[in-house]
Structures are given as structure tokens and as C-alpha cells.
Design a protein around this ligand. Structure first.
Ligand SMILES: Nc1ncnc2c1ncn2[C@@H]1O[C@H](COP(=O)(O)OP(=O)(O)OP(=O)(O)O)[C@@H](O)[C@H]1O
Length: 482
């Protein structure tokens, strides 16, 4: 217990002994209790490898990042736009006029020659910027880094598309979807042909999800307003869903460049943001709402399908009763804690999955060391180096782990056998293993501790030689990092 009478020196922590007990690493560490025993209401998931859904998500993002159209399709795009090359359209190469900007606004994935990263280039095709003043807010947008805002990197004009184009460069979020496509578009809907109304098929969006969106949008608006900016567009097509229930305001700053309004103060624009916020949620919550129609009927519909709190909040927004983002955040209040809970839980889960991958990473390092040694053609002018001494033992061990066969000669592909052997090797246990040569003429019984010493010794031999060749003055005695 903390004793206020004690001085700093008296309470300073000093280790009583420098001796540490080595980890028994031939076993996978079991998940920590707060993750391993969640209440039944939460989905318990821990597995040997990273969970399938996370792996699928990561792989889909990687695939989207490197995806290219087939070679035979000619994109007719410039080779280079400013410092960006390898442009690939996301969606239509030349979409119709955007309902938000009034100009076609294709998006391209492109690689930056400056840092080699991939960015999303939003082109406002056919728009001529007439004054430098139009870019006055760009710097402030560039400085805004927020988890619920797609970051603007730069903006410039160009004629390389054979027209006047404005290009705004944003962080690229692979496999993202717009809120419109996720919730409002249906197979029957074609938003570019106005005779089809915007309709969502299926069930109303659950209130819990809408509160989550509202919390994230309010969070983004707070950061935007504090930076002396205004979102100015809160359209479902300009909100990206970049992960599970994770949203980001997209295309920020475009309207500041192309839609400069005279005589509208920043405070008025920020107030307008709050009304647009209410309209956006109304659009998501009420199937038949379209901006411009009287609000009584949609609000009445919401009162029948959602809680009273929810209806009151939306109606306060659209009726301008909440005039400052801080008032909005105060109104959302406890719902923010729900969001925080969910976020912490997800974080715990990811950390637990990461723990499993750390274990797997340990084995990859071990297999890498083994592979450096096994079957090496020649070392120190000895063509039989990898076939003799400690290396021969490691060769037999490799065969024991990876090349064992059943009694009828069929290959044994048993992952748990591989993982068990490698983990025991990594831990250097006293357990003994019998290694038999392929021709069955020699047989060795060695402990994993001895095998581990063989791996470390031979690997260090190679490492030392490689560091001397690359830097003859360096003779490293640094111990192997695990
Ligand atoms: N920063 C980004 N990273 C990755 N993909 C993006 C990014 N911004 C937009 N996209 C993708 O580009 C596509 C088109 O986005 P856009 O904002 O033009 O929507 P839209 O529905 O075509 O709207 P509009 O009618 O204004 O053209 C969407 O599928 C969206 O997911």
C-alpha cells in the first residue's frame, strides 16, 4: 500500500536478484484470462493461428492494394500525374457527374515516387481552379490526422488528362466501401438514373450500429471544428467504411476548393455540418426520407422504429437545437462509453491474436536458421560442410521433422508434429529424440538441448563469416537475438 510518510529513496524498487527463470517455450502460451474467458454474450475466439476472419480481411486488403487490371485492358491514363505513377481507377474510369460535386470525379489508386506508398487520387475532371485562394484551407486539412477522417496529403491542378483537372490526394484504404453502397444502394437502385429512388432493401439498420456511426462522426467533426475547418459535405457516398463498423469522413476539403461561398462564416458552416449530420442519420434510419421533404413524417417513422432518445437526438440536430459540436458530444454522452468498451474489447482480441503470431514468428526464425545451414553447397571451401559434424545432425533432424514417412512410405504431413518438434528445439528441452539416416545405416539419439546448441553454433559460424566478408573490421560477439 502507498505510504505517504515514505521517501522516494525508501520506496524505490530495486530488483533483489538479477537471475531470471527462462521461459518454458516449448508450449504455446495460453491466452490471458480476460480474452480466454469472455462472457457468453461475446464471441470467444482464439485459435492456433490468426482467426480466419482477420486473415481474410488482411489478405483481401493486400490483394486490393496490389491488384492490377489485366494487361490487355488499356486504361488510357497518363503515365505520370505530378509525382504519382501507375494510375489504376477505383470503380469506373470515367463515372458520370458526381451528385455531390457536379463534375465527374474518378478515383485512382497510384504509387507515389516520393515515398513509394499507394495513395487515392480524387480527380475533379473539367474543373478549372481560378485562384490560389481556393487552396487556402488545404494546409489545415493536411495537418488534420484523425482515425475517423481520411487524411488529405496534397492538392494540385493538372492538364495531363487533356483537360483542366483538380487532383486531391488522400490516404488509400483498400477494400473500403462507401456508406451509400453498404446501406443504401440496392440491386434495383441506380443512383445515376433518378427515376429509381434511393432505397435500401432488407431490415432497418440496427440502432446500436447507428449510435456507433454517430459517435465516430461526432468525433471526426469535433477534430475538424477544433482545427478551424468545416466538413461541408456529409453525404453517404463520402463516408468510407474501412473496417468492421469503422468509418472515416472522406473527400474532406474538396468543397473548400471548388465551392467557395462568399459571406458564409466558418461558424455558420460548422453549424450547417450539424444539420447535415442529422440529415445523414435520418437518411440511414428512415427508408423513405429524401432531403427536402417535410421532416414530420420521417421523424414519426423513426419514433416508431427506434428509441425515444434516438429520435430526440436526430430531431434536435435537424431542427438546429444543437448548435455546437460540444453540445452534440454531451448529448451522445454514455453511448461514447459503449464505443470505448467495444474498441477496448477488439483491441484485447487483436493483442491476443498478435500473441499467437509472435509464437509463430519465433518458429519462423528458427526454421530460417535451420534453412541457412541445411543443404548448403559449400562453406569454407568444404563441399561436404553441411553433411558433416553438427550439420549432419541437423540434416537428420530436418528429415525427422519434415520428411518422415509412414510404414507404407507415404509422406506424413503432420503440422502438430512439426510444431511440437520445433518448439522443443527452441526451448532446448532435455527430451531425447532418435534420428535415423535415410539409408537407415546410422542412428543417433540426441537431446533437444544438444540440437539447439548445434543450431546456434553452426548459425553463428555462418553469421560471423558473413559479417566479416561484408565488414572485415567487424568481428561480432553479439549474442543471437531470439
Ligand atoms: N481514400 C480511398 N481509399 C480507397 N478507396 C476509396 C477512397 N476514396 C474512395 N474510394 C472508393 O472509390 C469509390 C468511389 O468513391 P466516390 O467517393 O467517388 O463515391 P461515388 O459513390 O462514386 O460518389 P460520386 O457520385 O460523388 O462520384 C468507392 O468505392 C470508394 O470505396
Amino acid at each position: 500500500m502507498f505510504d505517504p510518510g515514505q521517501t522516494m529513496e525508501g520506496s524505490m524498487y530495486l530488483p533483489t536478484s538479477t537471475r531470471t527463470i527462462p521461459l518454458d517455450q516449448h508450449l504455446y502460451t495460453s491466452p490471458l484470462p480476460h480474452v480466454a474467458n469472455p462472457p457468453l454474450s461475446q464471441n470467444p475466439m482464439h485459435a492456433f493461428f490468426i482467426p480466419d476472419d482477420i486473415r481474410r480481411m488482411v489478405q483481401a486488403r493486400q490483394t486490393a492494394t496490389y491488384a492490377r487490371p489485366p494487361r490487355e485492358i488499356s486504361l488510357k491514363l497518363p503515365d505520370e500525374v505530378s509525382s504519382y505513377h501507375n494510375l489504376i481507377p477505383i470503380g469506373l474510369a470515367m463515372p458520370p457527374r458526381s451528385q455531390v460535386y457536379g463534375f465527374p470525379s474518378p478515383i485512382y489508386k497510384a504509387i507515389s515516387s516520393v515515398d513509394g506508398n499507394i495513395y487515392a487520387l480524387r480527380r475533379i475532371a473539367g474543373y478549372k481552379v481560378t485562384s490560389e485562394q481556393a487552396f487556402s484551407t488545404v494546409e489545415r486539412w493536411q495537418r488534420l490526422r484523425h482515425p475517423n477522417v481520411v487524411c488529405l496529403r496534397e492538392a494540385f491542378t493538372t492538364k495531363v488528362f487533356d483537360d483542366d483537372s483538380l487532383v486531391m490526394v488522400y490516404d488509400y484504404h483498400p477494400e473500403s466501401n462507401t456508406m451509400y453502397d453498404e446501406h443504401l444502394a440496392s440491386d434495383m437502385t441506380n443512383r445515376f438514373i433518378p427515376i429509381f429512388p434511393r432505397r435500401r432493401t432488407g431490415m432497418p439498420i440496427p440502432e446500436r450500429l447507428l449510435w456507433s456511426y454517430m459517435t465516430q462522426i461526432a468525433n471526426a467533426l469535433k477534430a475538424i471544428h477544433v482545427s478551424n475547418l468545416a466538413a461541408r459535405v456529409l453525404d453517404p457516398s463520402k463516408i468510407l467504411i474501412t473496417g468492421k463498423n469503422r468509418i472515416r469522413l472522406n473527400a474532406c476539403g474538396v468543397v473548400d476548393v471548388i465551392g467557395q461561398e462568399q459571406g458564409v462564416s466558418l461558424a455558420q458552416q460548422q453549424e450547417e455540418d450539424l444539420v447535415m449530420f442529422g440529415m445523414l442519420i435520418l437518411t440511414l434510419a428512415c427508408e423513405f426520407f429524401t432531403p427536402g421533404v417535410p421532416l414530420a413524417a420521417p421523424l414519426d417513422w423513426i419514433a416508431r422504429h427506434y428509441t425515444a432518445d434516438f429520435k430526440l437526438f436526430i430531431s434536435a440536430l435537424v431542427n438546429r437545437q444543437l448548435r455546437h459540436i460540444d453540445e452534440v458530444i454531451r448529448e451522445i454522452g454514455p453511448r461514447i462509453l459503449n464505443e470505448l468498451d467495444a474498441s477496448f474489447r477488439y483491441n484485447d482480441q487483436l493483442e491476443s491474436d498478435l500473441g499467437g503470431e509472435v509464437e509463430n514468428g519465433r518458429l519462423v526464425r528458427l526454421m530460417t536458421k535451420l534453412s541457412f545451414v541445411n543443404e548448403r553447397k559449400e562453406f569454407e571451401r568444404d563441399p561436404r560442410w553441411s553433411e558433416t559434424g553438427d550439420r549432419y545432425i541437423l540434416k537428420l533432424f530436418r528429415d525427422h521433422v519434415f520428411h518422415s514417412t509412414g510404414t507404407d512410405g507415404t509422406p506424413v504431413l503432420d503440422l502438430s508434429h512439426v510444431l511440437t518438434c520445433l518448439n522443443k528445439l527452441d526451448a532446448g528441452t532435455e527430451e531425447r529424440v532418435m534420428l535415423v539416416s535415410r539409408d537407415e545405416q546410422s542412428c543417433l539419439v540426441v537431446s533437444y538441448r544438444e540440437l539447439k546448441a548445434c543450431v546456434e553454433g553452426t548459425y553463428n559460424e555462418l553469421r560471423l563469416a558473413s559479417s566479416i566478408i561484408s565488414n572485415p573490421t567487424l568481428v561480432s560477439n553479439t549474442p543471437l537475438r531470439r
